[in-house]
Design a protein around this ligand. Structure first.
Ligand code: NAD
Length: 508
Protein backbone atom coordinates (compact mmCIF):
# COMPACT_ATOMS: atom_id res chain seq x y z
CA UNK A 1 0.00 0.00 0.00
CA UNK A 2 1.26 3.41 -0.94
CA UNK A 3 0.75 6.31 1.45
CA UNK A 4 1.00 9.98 0.59
CA UNK A 5 3.17 10.43 3.68
CA UNK A 6 5.69 8.06 2.22
CA UNK A 7 8.89 9.75 1.08
CA UNK A 8 9.62 6.86 -1.27
CA UNK A 9 6.89 5.63 -3.59
CA UNK A 10 5.88 2.01 -2.99
CA UNK A 11 8.05 1.71 0.09
CA UNK A 12 6.84 1.44 3.66
CA UNK A 13 5.67 4.71 5.24
CA UNK A 14 8.02 6.18 7.81
CA UNK A 15 6.25 7.95 10.64
CA UNK A 16 7.84 11.34 11.24
CA UNK A 17 8.12 13.39 14.36
CA UNK A 18 6.54 16.83 14.37
CA UNK A 19 8.76 19.28 16.20
CA UNK A 20 8.41 23.05 16.01
CA UNK A 21 6.29 22.90 12.86
CA UNK A 22 8.61 20.56 10.94
CA UNK A 23 7.95 16.92 10.09
CA UNK A 24 11.36 15.38 10.73
CA UNK A 25 12.93 11.94 10.59
CA UNK A 26 13.92 10.67 14.01
CA UNK A 27 17.62 10.04 14.66
CA UNK A 28 16.81 7.07 16.87
CA UNK A 29 18.19 3.59 16.35
CA UNK A 30 15.02 2.02 17.81
CA UNK A 31 12.24 1.36 15.30
CA UNK A 32 9.11 -0.75 15.21
CA UNK A 33 7.20 -2.07 12.22
CA UNK A 34 3.60 -1.10 11.57
CA UNK A 35 1.96 -4.33 10.43
CA UNK A 36 -1.30 -4.91 8.55
CA UNK A 37 -3.08 -7.33 10.91
CA UNK A 38 -4.96 -9.02 8.06
CA UNK A 39 -1.84 -9.86 6.05
CA UNK A 40 1.24 -9.39 8.30
CA UNK A 41 2.58 -7.08 5.59
CA UNK A 42 4.87 -4.38 7.00
CA UNK A 43 3.28 -1.12 5.86
CA UNK A 44 5.20 1.36 7.94
CA UNK A 45 7.93 2.04 10.44
CA UNK A 46 7.68 4.06 13.60
CA UNK A 47 10.62 5.51 15.49
CA UNK A 48 10.97 5.50 19.26
CA UNK A 49 12.05 9.09 19.75
CA UNK A 50 15.28 9.89 21.59
CA UNK A 51 15.18 11.81 24.84
CA UNK A 52 16.65 14.83 23.02
CA UNK A 53 13.76 14.70 20.53
CA UNK A 54 11.16 14.47 23.32
CA UNK A 55 12.79 17.43 25.03
CA UNK A 56 12.84 19.40 21.76
CA UNK A 57 9.12 18.75 21.26
CA UNK A 58 8.28 19.93 24.78
CA UNK A 59 10.57 22.97 24.48
CA UNK A 60 8.95 23.91 21.20
CA UNK A 61 5.46 23.66 22.76
CA UNK A 62 6.65 25.67 25.76
CA UNK A 63 7.98 28.44 23.53
CA UNK A 64 4.91 28.50 21.27
CA UNK A 65 2.63 28.85 24.31
CA UNK A 66 3.92 32.37 24.89
CA UNK A 67 2.18 33.65 21.76
CA UNK A 68 -0.56 31.05 21.23
CA UNK A 69 -2.13 31.76 24.63
CA UNK A 70 -2.70 35.35 23.51
CA UNK A 71 -4.00 34.47 20.05
CA UNK A 72 -7.67 35.52 20.04
CA UNK A 73 -10.10 32.69 20.68
CA UNK A 74 -11.87 33.52 17.41
CA UNK A 75 -8.64 32.96 15.47
CA UNK A 76 -8.10 29.65 17.26
CA UNK A 77 -11.66 28.54 16.50
CA UNK A 78 -11.36 29.47 12.81
CA UNK A 79 -8.41 27.09 12.48
CA UNK A 80 -10.69 24.33 13.81
CA UNK A 81 -13.37 25.36 11.33
CA UNK A 82 -10.90 24.88 8.51
CA UNK A 83 -9.58 21.68 10.10
CA UNK A 84 -13.00 20.03 10.24
CA UNK A 85 -13.51 20.76 6.52
CA UNK A 86 -10.13 19.22 5.68
CA UNK A 87 -10.84 16.09 7.74
CA UNK A 88 -14.19 15.70 5.98
CA UNK A 89 -12.49 16.01 2.59
CA UNK A 90 -9.76 13.46 3.40
CA UNK A 91 -11.88 11.06 5.45
CA UNK A 92 -12.22 8.25 2.86
CA UNK A 93 -8.48 8.26 2.15
CA UNK A 94 -7.47 8.22 5.82
CA UNK A 95 -10.04 5.50 6.59
CA UNK A 96 -8.21 3.19 4.19
CA UNK A 97 -4.89 3.79 5.95
CA UNK A 98 -6.55 3.31 9.33
CA UNK A 99 -8.15 0.04 8.25
CA UNK A 100 -4.84 -1.24 6.85
CA UNK A 101 -2.85 -0.56 10.01
CA UNK A 102 -5.53 -1.29 12.64
CA UNK A 103 -7.68 -3.98 11.00
CA UNK A 104 -11.16 -2.54 11.44
CA UNK A 105 -13.60 -2.51 8.52
CA UNK A 106 -13.65 0.51 6.22
CA UNK A 107 -17.11 1.71 7.40
CA UNK A 108 -15.97 1.36 11.01
CA UNK A 109 -12.71 3.20 10.23
CA UNK A 110 -14.82 5.99 8.72
CA UNK A 111 -16.84 6.00 11.94
CA UNK A 112 -13.61 6.25 13.97
CA UNK A 113 -12.65 9.40 12.07
CA UNK A 114 -16.19 10.79 12.09
CA UNK A 115 -16.53 10.56 15.89
CA UNK A 116 -13.30 12.55 16.16
CA UNK A 117 -14.44 15.01 13.50
CA UNK A 118 -17.47 15.79 15.69
CA UNK A 119 -15.10 16.92 18.46
CA UNK A 120 -13.28 19.20 16.01
CA UNK A 121 -16.63 20.68 14.96
CA UNK A 122 -17.36 21.38 18.60
CA UNK A 123 -13.90 22.87 19.11
CA UNK A 124 -14.77 25.37 16.37
CA UNK A 125 -17.42 26.88 18.67
CA UNK A 126 -15.71 26.65 22.04
CA UNK A 127 -15.99 30.35 22.94
CA UNK A 128 -19.06 30.14 25.14
CA UNK A 129 -17.60 27.26 27.17
CA UNK A 130 -14.42 29.15 27.96
CA UNK A 131 -16.24 32.15 29.35
CA UNK A 132 -15.58 33.11 32.92
CA UNK A 133 -18.10 34.62 35.37
CA UNK A 134 -18.67 38.09 36.79
CA UNK A 135 -20.41 39.20 39.98
CA UNK A 136 -20.82 42.89 40.48
CA UNK A 137 -20.69 44.54 43.91
CA UNK A 138 -19.57 41.66 46.15
CA UNK A 139 -18.67 44.45 48.61
CA UNK A 140 -18.72 48.26 48.34
CA UNK A 141 -17.71 48.92 44.70
CA UNK A 142 -15.89 45.58 44.66
CA UNK A 143 -16.45 43.19 41.76
CA UNK A 144 -15.28 39.58 41.42
CA UNK A 145 -14.75 37.83 38.12
CA UNK A 146 -13.15 34.66 36.84
CA UNK A 147 -10.99 33.98 33.81
CA UNK A 148 -10.52 30.55 32.27
CA UNK A 149 -6.93 30.65 31.15
CA UNK A 150 -4.99 27.98 29.24
CA UNK A 151 -2.55 26.05 31.39
CA UNK A 152 0.43 25.54 29.07
CA UNK A 153 1.96 22.45 27.50
CA UNK A 154 -0.49 19.51 27.49
CA UNK A 155 0.35 15.93 26.54
CA UNK A 156 -1.83 13.24 24.92
CA UNK A 157 -1.01 9.52 25.05
CA UNK A 158 -3.34 7.41 22.92
CA UNK A 159 -4.22 3.71 22.41
CA UNK A 160 -4.27 1.59 19.26
CA UNK A 161 -7.99 0.97 19.04
CA UNK A 162 -9.14 4.43 17.90
CA UNK A 163 -6.14 6.01 16.14
CA UNK A 164 -8.33 8.84 14.78
CA UNK A 165 -11.06 9.51 17.34
CA UNK A 166 -8.96 9.51 20.49
CA UNK A 167 -6.17 11.87 19.33
CA UNK A 168 -9.02 14.11 18.10
CA UNK A 169 -10.64 13.95 21.57
CA UNK A 170 -7.48 15.59 22.84
CA UNK A 171 -5.43 18.11 20.88
CA UNK A 172 -8.22 20.10 19.16
CA UNK A 173 -9.87 20.98 22.48
CA UNK A 174 -6.54 21.63 24.21
CA UNK A 175 -5.40 23.91 21.39
CA UNK A 176 -8.60 25.85 21.03
CA UNK A 177 -8.48 26.61 24.76
CA UNK A 178 -5.08 28.25 24.14
CA UNK A 179 -2.71 25.44 25.16
CA UNK A 180 0.08 23.87 23.17
CA UNK A 181 0.39 20.12 22.80
CA UNK A 182 2.68 17.11 22.49
CA UNK A 183 0.93 14.00 21.16
CA UNK A 184 2.30 10.47 21.63
CA UNK A 185 0.20 8.22 19.36
CA UNK A 186 0.01 4.44 19.68
CA UNK A 187 3.16 2.88 18.29
CA UNK A 188 1.01 0.09 16.78
CA UNK A 189 -0.91 2.25 14.29
CA UNK A 190 0.41 5.82 14.09
CA UNK A 191 0.05 6.36 10.32
CA UNK A 192 -3.58 7.48 10.21
CA UNK A 193 -3.01 9.67 13.28
CA UNK A 194 -0.14 11.36 11.41
CA UNK A 195 -2.39 12.03 8.43
CA UNK A 196 -4.76 13.88 10.77
CA UNK A 197 -1.86 15.79 12.31
CA UNK A 198 -0.73 16.88 8.83
CA UNK A 199 -4.19 18.26 8.14
CA UNK A 200 -4.09 20.22 11.41
CA UNK A 201 -0.89 21.92 10.22
CA UNK A 202 -2.48 22.55 6.81
CA UNK A 203 -5.46 24.12 8.60
CA UNK A 204 -3.12 26.71 10.10
CA UNK A 205 -1.97 25.43 13.51
CA UNK A 206 1.18 27.53 14.01
CA UNK A 207 4.61 26.03 14.50
CA UNK A 208 5.29 24.58 17.91
CA UNK A 209 1.61 24.60 18.94
CA UNK A 210 1.16 20.92 18.05
CA UNK A 211 4.07 18.48 18.27
CA UNK A 212 4.26 14.70 17.90
CA UNK A 213 6.72 12.19 19.28
CA UNK A 214 6.47 8.43 18.89
CA UNK A 215 7.63 5.72 21.25
CA UNK A 216 6.81 3.54 24.22
CA UNK A 217 7.41 3.60 27.97
CA UNK A 218 10.60 5.73 27.90
CA UNK A 219 8.97 8.46 25.85
CA UNK A 220 5.78 8.37 27.96
CA UNK A 221 7.77 8.57 31.20
CA UNK A 222 9.80 11.50 29.87
CA UNK A 223 6.58 13.34 28.98
CA UNK A 224 5.04 12.62 32.41
CA UNK A 225 8.00 14.02 34.30
CA UNK A 226 9.17 17.07 32.30
CA UNK A 227 8.85 20.32 34.24
CA UNK A 228 7.17 22.21 31.37
CA UNK A 229 4.30 19.72 30.98
CA UNK A 230 1.21 20.90 32.87
CA UNK A 231 -1.48 18.33 31.96
CA UNK A 232 -1.66 14.79 30.62
CA UNK A 233 -4.58 13.09 28.87
CA UNK A 234 -4.17 9.33 28.71
CA UNK A 235 -6.41 6.72 27.09
CA UNK A 236 -5.41 3.05 27.16
CA UNK A 237 -5.14 0.06 29.43
CA UNK A 238 -5.70 0.13 33.18
CA UNK A 239 -2.13 -0.88 34.01
CA UNK A 240 -0.50 1.85 31.92
CA UNK A 241 -3.17 4.44 32.79
CA UNK A 242 -2.58 3.88 36.49
CA UNK A 243 1.18 4.24 35.99
CA UNK A 244 0.75 7.47 33.98
CA UNK A 245 -1.69 8.87 36.54
CA UNK A 246 0.68 8.17 39.44
CA UNK A 247 3.85 9.35 37.71
CA UNK A 248 2.25 12.49 36.31
CA UNK A 249 0.55 13.36 39.61
CA UNK A 250 3.77 12.83 41.55
CA UNK A 251 5.37 15.38 39.24
CA UNK A 252 2.59 17.91 39.81
CA UNK A 253 0.70 17.45 36.54
CA UNK A 254 -3.04 17.47 36.11
CA UNK A 255 -3.84 13.96 34.77
CA UNK A 256 -6.92 12.28 33.31
CA UNK A 257 -6.64 8.53 32.59
CA UNK A 258 -9.38 6.70 30.69
CA UNK A 259 -8.74 2.99 31.06
CA UNK A 260 -10.01 -0.57 30.61
CA UNK A 261 -13.57 -1.80 30.84
CA UNK A 262 -15.99 -4.66 31.14
CA UNK A 263 -19.28 -3.39 29.78
CA UNK A 264 -22.46 -5.25 30.68
CA UNK A 265 -25.68 -5.31 28.70
CA UNK A 266 -28.73 -6.21 30.82
CA UNK A 267 -31.66 -7.70 28.92
CA UNK A 268 -35.18 -7.65 30.37
CA UNK A 269 -37.93 -9.95 29.08
CA UNK A 270 -40.02 -7.01 27.82
CA UNK A 271 -37.22 -5.78 25.51
CA UNK A 272 -37.71 -5.63 21.76
CA UNK A 273 -36.16 -8.98 20.90
CA UNK A 274 -34.99 -8.22 17.35
CA UNK A 275 -33.49 -4.85 18.21
CA UNK A 276 -31.78 -6.22 21.30
CA UNK A 277 -30.19 -9.25 19.67
CA UNK A 278 -28.95 -7.19 16.70
CA UNK A 279 -27.54 -4.57 19.07
CA UNK A 280 -25.75 -7.17 21.20
CA UNK A 281 -24.16 -8.90 18.21
CA UNK A 282 -23.06 -5.57 16.72
CA UNK A 283 -21.67 -4.14 19.95
CA UNK A 284 -20.01 -7.38 21.04
CA UNK A 285 -18.27 -8.29 17.80
CA UNK A 286 -17.91 -4.97 15.93
CA UNK A 287 -14.27 -3.81 15.69
CA UNK A 288 -13.45 -7.40 16.74
CA UNK A 289 -14.45 -6.44 20.28
CA UNK A 290 -11.57 -3.95 20.51
CA UNK A 291 -13.58 -1.00 21.77
CA UNK A 292 -13.38 0.25 25.32
CA UNK A 293 -17.17 0.58 25.13
CA UNK A 294 -17.77 -2.79 23.44
CA UNK A 295 -20.43 -4.92 25.06
CA UNK A 296 -18.45 -7.75 26.60
CA UNK A 297 -20.85 -9.22 29.17
CA UNK A 298 -24.51 -10.02 28.59
CA UNK A 299 -26.75 -10.38 31.63
CA UNK A 300 -29.92 -12.22 30.69
CA UNK A 301 -32.77 -11.61 33.12
CA UNK A 302 -35.45 -14.29 33.62
CA UNK A 303 -36.92 -15.78 30.46
CA UNK A 304 -34.54 -13.97 28.11
CA UNK A 305 -32.20 -16.92 28.68
CA UNK A 306 -34.24 -18.54 25.92
CA UNK A 307 -32.91 -15.90 23.47
CA UNK A 308 -29.37 -17.21 23.61
CA UNK A 309 -29.67 -19.64 20.71
CA UNK A 310 -30.90 -16.78 18.53
CA UNK A 311 -27.90 -14.65 19.51
CA UNK A 312 -25.56 -17.48 18.53
CA UNK A 313 -27.26 -17.74 15.12
CA UNK A 314 -26.82 -14.02 14.49
CA UNK A 315 -23.17 -14.14 15.53
CA UNK A 316 -22.54 -17.07 13.17
CA UNK A 317 -23.79 -14.99 10.25
CA UNK A 318 -21.24 -12.20 10.78
CA UNK A 319 -18.60 -12.20 8.08
CA UNK A 320 -15.04 -12.39 9.35
CA UNK A 321 -12.72 -10.84 6.79
CA UNK A 322 -9.99 -8.28 6.15
CA UNK A 323 -11.26 -4.80 6.94
CA UNK A 324 -11.04 -3.58 3.35
CA UNK A 325 -13.00 -6.52 1.90
CA UNK A 326 -16.57 -5.63 0.95
CA UNK A 327 -19.16 -6.93 3.39
CA UNK A 328 -16.68 -7.60 6.21
CA UNK A 329 -18.28 -7.40 9.67
CA UNK A 330 -15.42 -8.53 11.89
CA UNK A 331 -11.80 -7.75 11.05
CA UNK A 332 -8.65 -9.15 12.63
CA UNK A 333 -7.40 -8.20 16.09
CA UNK A 334 -4.53 -5.77 16.01
CA UNK A 335 -1.50 -8.06 16.43
CA UNK A 336 -0.34 -11.63 16.79
CA UNK A 337 0.29 -10.94 20.47
CA UNK A 338 -3.27 -9.68 20.91
CA UNK A 339 -4.61 -12.81 19.18
CA UNK A 340 -2.50 -15.08 21.40
CA UNK A 341 -3.81 -13.29 24.48
CA UNK A 342 -7.46 -13.64 23.41
CA UNK A 343 -6.97 -17.33 22.57
CA UNK A 344 -5.40 -17.91 25.97
CA UNK A 345 -8.39 -16.28 27.67
CA UNK A 346 -10.85 -18.36 25.63
CA UNK A 347 -9.01 -21.49 26.73
CA UNK A 348 -9.18 -20.32 30.34
CA UNK A 349 -12.97 -20.09 29.99
CA UNK A 350 -13.08 -23.68 28.74
CA UNK A 351 -10.77 -24.84 31.54
CA UNK A 352 -12.83 -23.07 34.20
CA UNK A 353 -16.04 -24.76 33.08
CA UNK A 354 -17.94 -22.14 31.08
CA UNK A 355 -20.00 -23.49 28.16
CA UNK A 356 -18.47 -22.54 24.81
CA UNK A 357 -21.59 -22.04 22.68
CA UNK A 358 -19.76 -20.56 19.73
CA UNK A 359 -16.03 -21.10 19.17
CA UNK A 360 -14.28 -18.64 16.84
CA UNK A 361 -10.78 -19.95 17.37
CA UNK A 362 -10.52 -21.93 14.16
CA UNK A 363 -11.92 -19.36 11.80
CA UNK A 364 -10.34 -19.45 8.32
CA UNK A 365 -10.37 -16.41 6.07
CA UNK A 366 -9.74 -17.24 2.44
CA UNK A 367 -6.88 -15.21 0.99
CA UNK A 368 -5.86 -13.93 4.44
CA UNK A 369 -4.65 -17.13 6.06
CA UNK A 370 -1.98 -15.39 8.12
CA UNK A 371 -4.27 -12.68 9.51
CA UNK A 372 -4.98 -12.31 13.23
CA UNK A 373 -8.57 -13.43 12.92
CA UNK A 374 -10.80 -14.75 15.66
CA UNK A 375 -14.44 -15.43 14.89
CA UNK A 376 -17.32 -14.41 17.17
CA UNK A 377 -17.14 -16.47 20.36
CA UNK A 378 -19.87 -16.87 22.97
CA UNK A 379 -19.64 -18.39 26.44
CA UNK A 380 -22.68 -19.27 28.56
CA UNK A 381 -22.84 -20.43 32.20
CA UNK A 382 -20.19 -17.91 33.14
CA UNK A 383 -19.62 -17.05 36.79
CA UNK A 384 -18.06 -13.92 38.22
CA UNK A 385 -14.96 -15.71 39.53
CA UNK A 386 -13.89 -16.87 36.04
CA UNK A 387 -11.00 -15.10 34.33
CA UNK A 388 -13.13 -14.46 31.22
CA UNK A 389 -15.46 -12.41 33.42
CA UNK A 390 -12.80 -10.65 35.47
CA UNK A 391 -10.40 -9.70 32.65
CA UNK A 392 -11.02 -7.29 29.80
CA UNK A 393 -10.67 -9.69 26.84
CA UNK A 394 -10.57 -7.02 24.09
CA UNK A 395 -11.52 -9.51 21.39
CA UNK A 396 -14.73 -10.79 19.75
CA UNK A 397 -15.83 -12.73 22.82
CA UNK A 398 -19.14 -12.37 24.66
CA UNK A 399 -19.64 -13.89 28.08
CA UNK A 400 -23.20 -14.52 29.19
CA UNK A 401 -24.51 -14.65 32.75
CA UNK A 402 -28.07 -15.25 33.86
CA UNK A 403 -29.94 -13.74 36.80
CA UNK A 404 -33.52 -13.78 38.06
CA UNK A 405 -34.38 -10.09 38.45
CA UNK A 406 -33.39 -6.58 37.39
CA UNK A 407 -32.11 -5.86 40.91
CA UNK A 408 -29.91 -8.95 40.74
CA UNK A 409 -28.48 -7.62 37.48
CA UNK A 410 -27.86 -4.18 38.98
CA UNK A 411 -26.08 -5.73 41.97
CA UNK A 412 -23.93 -7.85 39.65
CA UNK A 413 -22.88 -4.88 37.51
CA UNK A 414 -22.19 -2.73 40.56
CA UNK A 415 -19.89 -5.40 42.03
CA UNK A 416 -17.71 -5.33 38.90
CA UNK A 417 -14.78 -2.94 39.43
CA UNK A 418 -15.05 -1.26 36.01
CA UNK A 419 -17.44 1.62 35.28
CA UNK A 420 -17.05 2.61 31.64
CA UNK A 421 -20.38 1.71 30.04
CA UNK A 422 -23.53 -0.34 30.59
CA UNK A 423 -26.67 -0.99 28.59
CA UNK A 424 -30.24 -1.85 29.51
CA UNK A 425 -32.68 -3.31 27.02
CA UNK A 426 -36.33 -2.88 27.99
CA UNK A 427 -39.61 -1.31 26.90
CA UNK A 428 -40.37 -0.22 30.46
CA UNK A 429 -39.73 3.40 31.35
CA UNK A 430 -40.05 2.60 35.04
CA UNK A 431 -37.42 -0.15 34.82
CA UNK A 432 -35.11 2.15 32.83
CA UNK A 433 -35.49 4.95 35.35
CA UNK A 434 -34.78 2.61 38.27
CA UNK A 435 -31.73 1.26 36.42
CA UNK A 436 -30.23 4.63 35.51
CA UNK A 437 -30.61 5.78 39.08
CA UNK A 438 -29.16 2.69 40.81
CA UNK A 439 -26.43 1.59 38.41
CA UNK A 440 -22.91 2.66 39.38
CA UNK A 441 -21.47 3.06 35.89
CA UNK A 442 -20.52 6.36 34.27
CA UNK A 443 -22.18 5.92 30.86
CA UNK A 444 -25.58 4.26 30.56
CA UNK A 445 -27.34 3.22 27.36
CA UNK A 446 -31.07 2.57 27.36
CA UNK A 447 -31.71 0.41 24.29
CA UNK A 448 -28.36 1.77 23.06
CA UNK A 449 -25.49 -0.73 23.27
CA UNK A 450 -22.50 1.66 23.00
CA UNK A 451 -23.50 4.91 24.73
CA UNK A 452 -20.48 7.07 23.85
CA UNK A 453 -21.71 10.63 24.41
CA UNK A 454 -21.56 13.19 21.59
CA UNK A 455 -19.01 16.00 22.08
CA UNK A 456 -21.39 18.55 23.66
CA UNK A 457 -21.37 16.24 26.68
CA UNK A 458 -18.20 14.54 27.93
CA UNK A 459 -16.92 10.99 28.12
CA UNK A 460 -17.80 10.04 31.69
CA UNK A 461 -16.54 6.53 32.39
CA UNK A 462 -16.19 5.97 36.13
CA UNK A 463 -14.77 3.81 38.95
CA UNK A 464 -12.05 1.39 37.77
CA UNK A 465 -12.24 2.69 34.20
CA UNK A 466 -11.01 6.16 35.07
CA UNK A 467 -8.58 8.12 37.21
CA UNK A 468 -8.99 11.87 37.63
CA UNK A 469 -12.29 13.72 37.86
CA UNK A 470 -12.73 15.34 34.46
CA UNK A 471 -13.36 13.38 31.28
CA UNK A 472 -12.23 13.95 27.70
CA UNK A 473 -13.97 16.41 25.35
CA UNK A 474 -17.04 18.56 25.99
CA UNK A 475 -17.59 20.85 28.94
CA UNK A 476 -15.45 18.80 31.28
CA UNK A 477 -12.36 18.98 29.13
CA UNK A 478 -12.60 22.76 28.89
CA UNK A 479 -12.25 22.73 32.67
CA UNK A 480 -9.41 20.22 32.42
CA UNK A 481 -7.48 22.28 29.87
CA UNK A 482 -7.96 25.61 31.65
CA UNK A 483 -7.07 27.16 34.97
CA UNK A 484 -9.62 29.34 36.72
CA UNK A 485 -8.23 32.64 37.89
CA UNK A 486 -10.45 34.71 40.19
CA UNK A 487 -10.01 38.46 40.31
CA UNK A 488 -11.46 40.68 42.98
CA UNK A 489 -11.20 44.36 42.06
CA UNK A 490 -12.12 47.75 43.40
CA UNK A 491 -12.03 50.91 41.31
CA UNK A 492 -12.37 54.31 42.91
CA UNK A 493 -14.44 57.13 41.51
CA UNK A 494 -12.47 59.49 43.67
CA UNK A 495 -8.69 59.09 43.70
CA UNK A 496 -8.46 60.87 47.07
CA UNK A 497 -10.74 58.45 48.93
CA UNK A 498 -9.35 57.27 52.29
CA UNK A 499 -11.43 54.71 54.20
CA UNK A 500 -8.82 53.91 56.82
CA UNK A 501 -6.77 50.80 57.63
CA UNK A 502 -8.84 47.58 57.72
CA UNK A 503 -7.19 44.79 59.78
CA UNK A 504 -10.03 42.27 59.36
CA UNK A 505 -10.47 39.78 56.54
CA UNK A 506 -13.80 41.32 55.54
CA UNK A 507 -14.21 43.29 52.35
CA UNK A 508 -16.25 46.43 52.88
P1 NAD B 1 -1.92 0.52 26.20
O1 NAD B 1 -2.15 0.94 27.60
O2 NAD B 1 -1.08 -0.65 25.92
O3 NAD B 1 -1.26 1.73 25.37
C1 NAD B 1 -1.75 3.04 25.50
C2 NAD B 1 -0.58 4.01 25.33
O4 NAD B 1 0.36 3.81 26.39
C3 NAD B 1 0.17 3.82 24.03
O5 NAD B 1 0.45 5.08 23.47
C4 NAD B 1 1.43 3.08 24.44
O6 NAD B 1 2.53 3.39 23.66
C5 NAD B 1 1.65 3.56 25.86
N1 NAD B 1 2.30 2.52 26.69
C6 NAD B 1 2.24 1.18 26.54
N2 NAD B 1 2.93 0.56 27.52
C7 NAD B 1 3.44 1.53 28.31
C8 NAD B 1 4.21 1.52 29.52
N3 NAD B 1 4.62 0.39 30.06
N4 NAD B 1 4.54 2.71 30.08
C9 NAD B 1 4.13 3.87 29.53
N5 NAD B 1 3.38 3.93 28.38
C10 NAD B 1 3.04 2.79 27.79
O7 NAD B 1 -3.39 0.36 25.55
P2 NAD B 1 -3.77 -0.21 24.11
O8 NAD B 1 -3.57 -1.68 24.12
O9 NAD B 1 -3.14 0.60 23.05
O10 NAD B 1 -5.33 0.11 24.09
C11 NAD B 1 -6.32 -0.77 24.56
C12 NAD B 1 -6.77 -0.39 25.94
O11 NAD B 1 -7.24 0.94 25.95
C13 NAD B 1 -7.94 -1.22 26.44
O12 NAD B 1 -7.74 -1.53 27.79
C14 NAD B 1 -9.14 -0.28 26.28
O13 NAD B 1 -10.23 -0.54 27.15
C15 NAD B 1 -8.50 1.01 26.61
N6 NAD B 1 -9.29 2.12 26.08
C16 NAD B 1 -9.99 2.87 26.98
C17 NAD B 1 -10.79 3.89 26.51
C18 NAD B 1 -11.59 4.74 27.47
O14 NAD B 1 -12.04 5.80 27.06
N7 NAD B 1 -11.80 4.31 28.69
C19 NAD B 1 -10.85 4.17 25.14
C20 NAD B 1 -10.09 3.38 24.27
C21 NAD B 1 -9.30 2.35 24.75
Amino acid sequence: MNFPSDPVQNAVATAKLLINGEFVNSKTIEWRDVVNPATQEVIGRVPFATSAEVKAAIDSAHEAFKTWRNTPVGARMRIMLKYQALIREHLPRIAKILSAEQGKTIPDAEGDIFRGLEVVEHAASIGTLQQGGFLENVAGKVDTYTLRQPIGVCVGITPFNFPAMIPLWMFPMALVCGNTFVLKPSEQDPLSTMELVKLAIEAGVPKGVLNVVHGGKDVVDALCTHEHVKAISFVGSTAVGTHVYRLGSEHGKRVQSMMGAKNHAVVLPDANREHTLNALAGAGFGAAGQRCMATSVIVLVGKTQEWLADLVERAKKLKVNAGNEPGADVGPVVSRAAKERVLRLIQSGVNEGATLLLDGRDVKVKGFESGNFIGPTIFADVTTDMEIYREEIFGPVLVVLSVATLDDAIALVNRNPFGNGVGLFTQSGAAARHFQSEIDVGQVGINIPIPVPVPYFSFTGSRGSKLGDLGPYGKQVVQFYTQTKTITARWFDDATVNDGVNTTINLR
